[in-house]
Structure formats: structure tokens, C-alpha cells
Design a protein around this ligand. Structure first.
Ligand code: GLC
Length: 492
């Protein structure tokens, strides 16, 4: 029996949202989850910093705050799932990238800028900013929004707070003097609140104060309770483990659909892979690589941020060895300067075997998922991972580490076997060069048998990566956060 779902007003708060501003997977989730919630009848708004390029046409001024330095503008566009509220502050508007200056270092005023984001979110929650809209739930994402639940609990707001961990490796650490500067009580500088190794960490605001905590896969929810993956927050998380739930991310299955994708030229589906073959050829042509079907080398792709988290360094280190195999690599992504340089150097050294594009390009990402045979994702840790989900949808088989969301979404062909119907890829036990090479070899062996390989591709394409299950799980979390909120307020 289906129980009726209460329709809620939900305010998302985040530093990224596709297609407006995207650095990583966070942006995709902050676009796709609101869309799924709106489809369920909820009323959603997203509060997002107005970084300069975002200050585009079409936004309508809603109100100004405080001394008039700060204002809120509303953007409504057909490609957005709901109205987006852009927070215009001098600090945000001076940025052309959310997190880093042109030289790659972090902006010096991060604490003030994101401190303001948290404060304004809490004011909206308290109904102080807009008279006609106040949320039941404020759903915060990652450290940038960690102060919102703090302000909400200080002000005893009736709206509930939910904090989602997309990546525990980024904590938002600053000198404790920031508390006074932001008008927060010094008493928050203690270990069970914001204090962290002599600093304050904004993420601890979310972890300590939110009514409910979630992270983006069940496996990562377990992993972060241990010192290996907890980044020093494992104690606090263990203490609050009853409020911590792992909910696997979905993907926007309309945007990522090989049968209809406008960003590829040759659409295809699991019944007929001829479009995929053509996409493969088109992909190689971007780098002017010609090959006949007979001498075709399998294409192993890597798409995503160039950071140690994603194990890009392992891939580069394994290259000389990997290129002894019959295979070509395609790498797309931007990130840390030394990794970007290493990628460019490798592309110069092996011009027709290692094809790289070191600036993120959404439409090229679609072509790569469509045209590649395998996806290499040797992550050291992975809260959820979206690349493997996109890849599977396009019949590109993941070769990846058995951690976090990767372990929850990819099932090793040699372990579960084809007969199980569940095999979707290849898992390496550890993020090491030798495990990577060994696992690529296993994948190549399977690839050599087209019948088995195609069965694997079909399994991968058949995985349900929609938001259907996740959105119901979030509805439960919102309800439980609201119930906890009522209890907390009554206990005061
Ligand atoms: C972060 C995580 C990634 C996750 C994404 C969206 O980018 O590193 O694993 O998929 O957030 O939740």
C-alpha cells in the first residue's frame, strides 16, 4: 500500500549546481535531486552563491539584506528544475571560480564568504528574508554550508536541517578568530562543536548540529566511521551514527541516455551497439587517430577531476606498463596543476595512444562515455562516484576500486560471474598500480570474447541508476529530521 507523502518546502544550499556552475559531482546531484523532488510534488528552492559568471541575464532581484551589500536574486530557467536563489555578496561576485584563484590556491576570504552563505540560509529558514516562502527543511551540502545548521540550532528555528556529506576530505578549516568575526559565540570552539586540531572546521557545524546526516552511498557511510576514511571526524560520526544514513546517488537518466542524447551523433541502445561503434570512431577522430575496425584497440577512458582521490596519479604511473597492452587511453578532466602537467606530458610522449583533454567539457564527456569501451576509475576513496554510473549507462564497463559508492554500484565479473546476471565491471581490491594493471588485464581478457563482453555491457546498461529509490529515502530523512526538530524544540 502506498502511503501519502506530505508535500514539503525544501531549501537546498550548496556551492555548485549544474549547469550553472560545476566543479564535480556535487553540481550534478544539486540539480538532479531537486528535479526528482519536484516531480514528487515538493516545492524546492536552491540557494547558490552568485559567482560572477552566474550573474547572468534573467535573474530578478528579490530582496536586499542587512546593510544592502548583500542581495538575493531569483533565476528561473527552463533548464533549471526549480527557482534558484543567487546570493550576491561582494566576495562571491569577485570570483570567477567557486573555490580557486587563477594560480590554483583557495580564495583568501572563503571563511567570510561561505560563512555568509550559512547565515543567510538560516535567516531564510527563520522566515526573516522572504515573507512568502519559508522552508520546512534546509538541505545542506558539504562544508560550504556547514554553518547553516549551527545558526539554525542557535536560533531554535522550527525548520529542520539535513546535512549531506559528498566528500569528507574537504573540511573548511579556518582560524578560530573567524567565529567572532562572523558573530558566532566563542563557545562553539570546542571539540564536540566546531573545534578541529586548533582550528574550526565548518563541516563540523553540519556534522554536529544537523538534525539528520546523510552521505551518498551506504558503503561510504560505514567507511567514514573508521580512521582510514574518517579524516579525523570518525569519532563525532560514530557518536551520531544513529542519525547517519547512506543513500546512493542517482543520475538524471533523461540527460544521460544513449538512445536520445543530443550531445552524441550516433544514438544507440542495448539491442544494437552499432551507434556505439560509430561514436568510438568519432571520438578517436577528435585526436585525428584513424584505425580500421580490424586493428581497433580497446579504449580505456578516465573522466573526472584530476586529483589524488580519483587515483589519476596511479593511472599515469601505470601508463608505460599499460601501453604494452593492446589499448588506448582517453583522459578528460582538469584539477591539480601537477597532475594536469603530467597528463599533458604523457599525451606528448604517446601522441596516438594517450589522448587527453585537460579542461572539463561536458559535451566531450558524453562522447567519451558513448565511444569508450572501459572506464578506469582507480579512486582511493569514493563517497559515491557518478562517472561509473554515467559510463555504465552507455555500455562502458568500469574498472574501479572496491571502495565507497563504487563497491555499491559495480559488481566484479570474475567474482559474481555472468550467470548471476549482476556482473557490471571489474573491481580492484586496493588503489595500487599493481592492482590496477592486474584488473585492466582481467577486463582485457573478457573484452577478447565479444559475446561475453556484450553481455557485460548489457548488464551495465540495465542498471537502474534513476533517482526513484533515493528520492523516497530522502523523503523519510526529511520526515525524521522534522520529528527530531520538534523533540529538540520541546526539550528546550
Ligand atoms: C563528490 C564525491 C563523489 C560523489 C559526488 C556527488 O564529488 O567525491 O564521490 O559522487 O560528490 O555526491
Amino acid at each position: 500500500m502506498q502511503t501519502a507523502v506530505r508535500k514539503l518546502r525544501i531549501l537546498f544550499v550548496a556551492a555548485e549546481m549544474a549547469p550553472l556552475v560545476k566543479v564535480g559531482g556535487l553540481a550534478d546531484v544539486v540539480a538532479a535531486l531537486p528535479q526528482a523532488l519536484v516531480a514528487r510534488g515538493h516545492e524546492v528552492r536552491v540557494l547558490l552563491p552568485a559567482y560572477r559568471p552566474l550573474l547572468t541575464r534573467g535573474a530578478r532581484r528579490l530582496t536586499s539584506l542587512g546593510d544592502g551589500r548583500v542581495s538575493l536574486a531569483e533565476l528561473r530557467r527552463p533548464d533549471l528544475p526549480c527557482p534558484v536563489w543567487l546570493l550576491e555578496t561582494p566576495a562571491f561576485m569577485a570570483r570567477d571560480h567557486p573555490y580557486s584563484r587563477p594560480d590554483g590556491t583557495a580564495w583568501a576570504d572563503d571563511a567570510q564568504a561561505f560563512g555568509e552563505l550559512g547565515r543567510v540560509a538560516a535567516e531564510i529558514a527563520a522566515g526573516k528574508v522572504l515573507t512568502d516562502w519559508n522552508p520546512d527543511v534546509v538541505h545542506c551540502h558539504d562544508w560550504h554550508t556547514g554553518l547553516a545548521p549551527v545558526w539554525m540550532s542557535l536560533k531554535a528555528t522550527s525548520a529542520a536541517s539535513v546535512f549531506t556529506i559528498h566528500n569528507l576530505a574537504f573540511a573548511g578549516r579556518f582560524h578560530p578568530s573567524i567565529l567572532a568575526e562572523l558573530g558566532l559565540p566563542e563557545s562553539l570552539n570546542r571539540p564536540d562543536m566546531l573545534e578541529f586540531h586548533g582550528d574550526v572546521a565548518f563541516i563540523k557545524g553540519g556534522l554536529s548540529c544537523a538534525d539528520e546526516l546523510t552521505t551518498v552511498s551506504p558503503r561510504y557511510a560505514q567507511e567514514i566511521l573508521t580512521p582510514e576514511f574518517g579524516n579525523g571526524f570518525e569519532g563525532l560520526l560514530r557518536h551520531r551514527r544513529e542519525r547517519l544514513t547512506g543513500i546512493l546517488n542517482g543520475i538524471d537518466t533523461r540527460l544521460w541516455n544513449p538512445a536520445t542524447d543530443p550531445l552524441i551523433e550516433h544514438v544507440f541502445d542495448a539491442a544494437d551497439f552499432s551507434g556505439k561503434c560509430l561514436e568510438r570512431r568519432r571520438l578517436l577522430q577528435r585526436w585525428r587517430v584513424q584505425e580500421s575496425d580490424k586493428e581497433a584497440l580497446p579504449v580505456l577512458a578516465s573522466v573526472g577531476r584530476l586529483t589524488p582521490q580519483k587515483g589519476v596519479d596511479l593511472l599515469l604511473e601505470a601508463l608505460p606498463e599499460l601501453l604494452h597492452r593492446r589499448l588506448r587511453l582517453v583522459v578528460l578532466g582538469s584539477g591539480e596543476a601537477d597532475l594536469e602537467q603530467a597528463v599533458v606530458a604523457a599525451a606528448r610522449r604517446w601522441p596516438d595512444r594517450f589522448l587527453a583533454h585537460s579542461r572539463f567539457d561536458e559535451s566531450l564527456a558524453h562522447s567519451i562515455y558513448a565511444g569508450a569501451d572501459m572506464l578506469a576509475m582507480p579512486s582511493r576513496f569514493e563517497p559515491c562516484g557518478l562517472s561509473q554510473l554515467y559510463a555504465m549507462r552507455y555500455g562502458t564497463v568500469p574498472v574501479t576500486t572496491a571502495v565507497g559508492g563504487l563497491a555499491d554500484t559495480v559488481f566484479d565479473a570474475d567474482t559474481v560471474g555472468l550467470a548471476s546476471g549482476k556482473a557490471t565491471g571489474f573491481l580492484m581490491a586496493e588503489a595500487t598500480v599493481s592492482d590496477l594493471i592486474e584488473t585492466v588485464d582481467r577486463a582485457l581478457q573478457w573484452h577478447g570474447d565479444p559475446r561475453r563482453w556484450q553481455a557485460l555491457m548489457r548488464n551495465a546498461m540495465g542498471r537502474d541508476s534513476s533517482w526513484a529509490a533515493a528520492v523516497r529515502a530522502y523523503e523519510k530523512i526529511y520526515e525524521s529530521a522534522l520529528a527530531r526538530r520538534v523533540d529538540t524544540l520541546q526539550a528546550r
